[in-house]
Design a protein around this ligand. Structure first.
Ligand code: GLU
Length: 330
């Protein structure tokens, strides 16, 4: 007899918990109204080798998630993973910021047990909703031994993505999730098939633990455009301990913004040069003399996730070389 995996499914809201007035409402609907127990009734989980337990942790759109929400999810998942009778965790989540929560968990959970974050682009009430299949696949991935040690995964649209790479890259399509180097694998007929492993360090190989983290430092993102004023940069930098500068192209910085960013550094703010393109590498000392300015270069991470990484890095060190290494290691 096949041993059944014990999987906990956590509800947090989002479209996967949404409901529209009519089946034709694929875009106009109420988010975060269905409880996780109701969502689970939409899938044929009896056909999966799992014992399911559901719990409702939050009930809100993921655009509302603050650092405190991240910590609350991280601490709850850490507690669950520490229990011998739990084999994996699935988190049903809004898709807007799924990449931030998943990356935070990927870097802070101290376990090899599978953790899968899942959302949907259409509510369960819509025609051709992706909610039931995405949730079914997420549970199948969390329950499968091949997912052990992969870190946190995001499952959507038949694909299994590593939390490190995945970003939401479309506002309405089912094909909303993209990893720049491709997904790790696919789910077909309730069975994951992996073709690669995450190359960068995660979970047990990081110095951060969601279970013990207190608070997270304020790190903000500045989105660059030609008419961006120094006053705007100064105002954002005034409250931050770290700043992700989402520059144009390969992390370019307009001439009139160099001094405001250097002044931020002089006041103790850690500035990371990133790119607003959503793809590609920002090379240290490439478009700007980062070391001379005491700036950091993001490597290939998108601004939303660079913010997560810098927050975590700043809980451990303020040393520029150490911080630069973090961007090249995780
Ligand atoms: N904005 C909502 C959220 O991120 C709904 C989007 C979705 O889940 O697809 O929770």
């Amino acid at each position: 007899m096949i041993e059944k995996a014990n999987i906990v499914v956590i509800g947090t809201g989002g479209t996967i918990a949404g409901q529209g007035k009519a089946a034709s409402n694929t875009s106009a609907y109420m988010c975060s109204v269905l409880g996780i127990d109701d969502i689970l009734t939409t899938i044929p989980h009896a056909s999966l080798p799992v014992n399911l337990r559901a719990e409702q942790l939050l009930q809100t759109g993921s655009e509302n998630f603050t650092n405190e929400h991240l910590l609350a999810i991280g601490k709850r998942v850490s507690t669950l993973l520490a229990q011998d009778d739990i084999d994996g965790v699935v988190i049903a989540h809004g898709t807007d910021t799924i990449e931030e929560t998943a990356y935070f968990l990927h870097l802070t959970l101290k376990s090899r047990k599978p953790v899968v974050v899942v959302g949907s682009m259409r509510p369960p009430s819509a025609m051709s909703s992706d909610a039931p299949l995405n949730l079914y696949d997420a549970i199948a991935v969390a329950a499968h031994p091949s997912s052990i040690g992969m870190g946190t995964l995001v499952v959507a649209n038949d694909e299994i993505h590593t939390a490190r790479d995945v970003v939401k890259s479309n506002s309405f399509k089912i094909e909303a999730f993209r990893s720049p180097y491709g997904p790790l694998g696919y789910v077909i007929d309730g069975r994951p098939r992996y073709y690669r492993h995450p190359a960068r360090a995660h979970t047990l190989a990081t110095p951060w633990s969601a279970g013990t983290l207190g608070s997270l430092p304020a790190v903000d993102i500045v989105y660059a455009y030609g008419a961006l004023e120094p006053a705007t940069v100064n105002a954002i930098a005034a409250r931050a301990q770290g700043l992700i500068f989402a520059g144009t192209g390969n992390g370019s910085v307009a001439a009139h913004l160099i001094e405001p960013l250097r002044n931020a550094v002089r006041r103790g703010v850690h500035v990371v040069r990133a790119s607003r393109t959503g793809n590609g590498i920002v090379v240290q000392n490439g478009a700007q003399p980062d070391e001379a300015y005491s700036w950091l270069a993001v490597d290939d991470q998108v601004p939303s996730k660079a913010r997560i990484l810098l927050m975590l890095a700043l809980t451990q060190s303020r040393d520029l070389q150490v911080l630069q290494t973090v961007f090249e290691r995780y």
